[in-house]
Design a protein around this ligand. Structure first.
Ligand SMILES: C[S@@+](CC[C@H](N)C(=O)[O-])C[C@H]1O[C@@H](n2cnc3c(N)ncnc32)[C@H](O)[C@@H]1O
Length: 240
């Protein structure tokens, strides 16, 4: 990457969730790898940023981050941290925290082990690559509310990103836990199809299994499927 480069649709979706009406943002990108997101933000929203931290667990990705920053001529504008999750940040050092491109369980783990006691005033931008139902469930159970969910398409793949703040999340139905709340977004139909296919595969995989636990798991999955079908119908009415 040299000069100004465009972000991939997935990272552009995450960048789009950085509050547009805020100044003096202290941003931390956790699991930054190439630091594409912080560099793009510095190039395009630099006036709104007061401090930028690019953190990664491993030295290799952090070296790549340094290279991207150097190639963009932004030496000195990024504070690099080699650390696990948020462990290398002091509470109050960041008020917008991006955790993108990781599994939902890893994201939940990073939040669970953050040495912070007060999330008030902090905006989290979470872009899970897997285990979205687990992440939504974990957030709701631990005092976080998903305020917005976005979708994007990159090649053949659909991705999601959440804008999350401390607060009580209204309960999610089983289908919402899997696919997020319904919205008229044109990508929402294909997104629901993807989750319907996953539930279908999970149910098909259980077709020969017996036992009480299997029966209750099957019931749960049937509830998820019924919810997803309802959401799909609702979404179709919005497309007319
Ligand atoms: C697939 S890359 C994602 C890079 C970038 N955030 C993106 O979305 O394109 C995941 C990065 O997260 C880092 N990572 C994984 N677990 C981490 C943790 N617990 N704390 C910090 N970084 C972590 C990995 O080293 C890797 O560089």
């Amino acid at each position: 990457m040299s000069g100004r480069a465009a972000l991939s649709p997935r990272l552009a979706m995450a960048a789009g969730l950085v509050p547009g009406d805020r100044k003096n943002i202290r941003l931390a990108d956790i699991g930054t790898d190439h630091a594409y997101l912080p560099v793009w933000l510095l190039q395009n929203r630099g006036a709104d940023l007061a401090h930028v931290i690019a953190a990664d667990l491993r030295p290799g990705p952090l070296d790549r981050a340094r290279q991207t920053v150097r190639a963009a001529g932004l030496e000195g504008a990024v504070d690099f941290r080699l650390c696990d999750g948020l462990e290398g940040l002091r509470p109050g050092e960041a008020d917008v925290i991006v955790i993108a491109g990781m599994g939902g369980e890893t994201i939940a783990h990073i939040l669970a082990y953050a040495p912070w006691y007060d999330w008030a005033g902090i905006t989290l931008i979470l872009q899970p690559m897997s285990s979205m139902p687990d992440l939504r469930g974990w957030l709701g159970a631990h005092g976080f509310a998903i305020e917005r969910e976005e979708l994007c398409r990159e090649g053949d793949t659909l991705y999601t990103a959440f804008l999350v703040r401390a607060g009580a999340m209204p309960p999610l139905s089983p289908g919402e836990l899997w696919a997020g709340r319904n919205a008229p977004d044109p990508l929402r139909g294909p997104w629901l199809d993807l989750w319907l296919a996953r539930v279908g595969r999970a149910l098909a995989g259980m077709s020969q299994a017996r036992g009480e636990e299997t029966a209750s798991r099957r019931e749960e999955l049937e509830r998820v499927r019924a919810d997803l079908l309802e959401m799909k119908k609702e979404w179709e009415t919005w497309q007319r």
